[in-house]
Ligand binder design. Structure first.
Ligand code: SF4
Length: 434
């Protein structure tokens, strides 16, 4: 990084040798990736609500100024893939026998092992923050994903991702790319208060449009939705409609958490400065100091607020937008296992948020969704009795059998439509009582 750029960014860049890079992750509607990695520690975007600033992540105090770069990140990723028997099938020179016997190339790619979607940027720092412009660490990791023909997932607030469009297009044609943007505030002035160094919301929407034109999967993470500021009808409608206009496939919506400590104190300081009228309301909402930053539900109800997830689901349904990304089935994996896992995860989500159901049923859906991902047998080859030995809950068995027999899940479709009816009634009642 040049001195000029450092001055311009007013940040300190430190390179270091990391001991590890790749982490396993549990899949959910938030992300279907099973592995994540991040070459950076710290994030110059400096969002005022950033959860990454929480002490629990053990990232240094000056999170937004001192950006630590894992300089050996590409080597660590390659080492990880090689150790597990994966082969750089797309690389011209592989430094192996394959260079002399090209016929072996296909068989050297251990398809049977099964690949997985890598979340480049999982964890708590944006991989397309300004430092990436100079050090190009994310691009190097993307190149390795392309060499090994691995699908990737991104979540960013910076349109710098478009710099790598060439690689994204190639990986997308070869396997899969889902490149998403967090967008929480349509009004630029407000957005700059809370996300001072990220691309503007409009720039992010433009980037989605560009990605979609190139056939790359993309969506919006409307997360976190700020009470009284981001959850207004005006802001939510604007974000959902613009998302639709630019071709986003889905909007994933979720509320704000404020963990006691740096995360909460910095956010509250920003509020007192720019939104003094909202400050006391947040004091009430987050006065419980929940260790996970979850707001006080009793206060929330007393204030007559509507859950952003509910409003978001209603808006998305009406506009024909999904509420989460579609799950991709990587090479060498059991297709039905992963498809079913997506269906069950979605059902669990709908039942937890919008449609009343028993806790045990919801739990069984979630547990089976996780179990199916790592299960070593193809569920499509099992009969009902064998499935019943694996899955205790009869409702979940019914959902599995329906999908295996018909290739679709009407139960999920019905649930989505019931969820819409239920949120419609809820929002209308709430608005009448205002
Ligand atoms: S972009 Fe993400 S990681 Fe970076 S400061 Fe903002 S919330 Fe934190």
């Amino acid at each position: 990084m040049t001195d000029k750029a450092r001055l311009e960014y007013k940040m300190i860049v430190e390179e270091y040798e990391a001991k590890s890079l790749i982490r396993k992750s549990r899949t959910s509607l938030f992300s279907w990736s099973e592995m994540y990695l991040n070459p950076y520690q710290g994030c110059y975007h400096n969002c005022m609500y950033c959860d990454g600033k929480s002490e629990g992540y053990y990232i240094h105090d000056d999170f937004a100024k001192r950006i630590r770069v894992k300089k050996n990140a590409p080597e660590l990723l390659e080492e990880f893939l090689k150790k597990r028997g994966y082969f750089p099938i797309n690389r011209k020179k592989t430094a192996s026998l394959v260079d002399y016997f090209p016929d072996l190339r296909e068989s050297a790619d251990t398809k049977h092992k099964g690949k997985f979607v890598i979340f480049i940027g999982g964890g708590v720092c944006d991989v397309y923050q300004p430092v990436e412009k100079e050090v190009k660490m994310t691009r190097k990791l993307l190149q390795i994903a392309d060499d090994y023909k691995f699908p990737v997932f991104f979540l960013t607030k910076n349109d710098l991702i478009l710099r790598d469009l060439d690689l994204l297009k190639k990986i997308s044609e070869d396997s899969y790319v889902c490149a998403c943007f967090t967008i929480t505030l349509a009004d630029e002035e407000k957005q700059k208060i809370f996300e001072p160094n990220a691309s503007t919301s409009q720039e992010r929407f433009n980037a989605i449009e560009k990605l979609r034109e190139e056939g790359i999967h993309s969506g919006v993470y409307f997360y976190p939705t700020l009470p009284f500021i981001g959850d207004t009808d005006e802001n939510m409608t604007s974000i959902y409609k613009t998302a639709k206009d630019v071709g986003a496939e889905f909007v994933y919506c979720y509320g704000l958490t404020l963990k006691p400590g740096r995360n909460k104190s910095e956010f509250m300081q920003t509020l007192s400065q720019h939104f003094p009228d909202d400050y006391p309301k947040y004091q009430k909402l987050y006065g419980n100091n929940n260790k996970y930053g979850i707001l006080d539900k009793i206060q929330f109800e007393e204030m007559g607020l509507i859950w952003p997830e509910i409003k978001g689901y209603k808006l998305g349904y009406e506009l024909g937008l999904g509420y989460a990304a579609e799950r991709y089935v990587p090479e060498g994996r059991f297709e039905k296992n992963l498809q079913l896992s997506e269906i069950l995860h979605k059902m669990q989500y709908l039942k937890s948020f919008f449609v009343k159901s028993s806790r045990s049923e919801s739990q069984a859906l979630g547990e089976t969704a996780q179990f199916l991902i790592t299960h070593q047998k193809d569920i499509a080859k099992l009969n009902q009795l064998e499935i019943e030995k694996l899955v205790e809950n009869q409702y979940v068995v019914g959902c599995i059998m329906e999908f295996l027999q018909s290739g679709e899940s009407n139960t999920l479709k019905d649930l989505e439509s019931n969820a819409y009816d239920s949120v419609y009634r809820y929002v209308t009642e709430k608005q009448q009582n205002l």
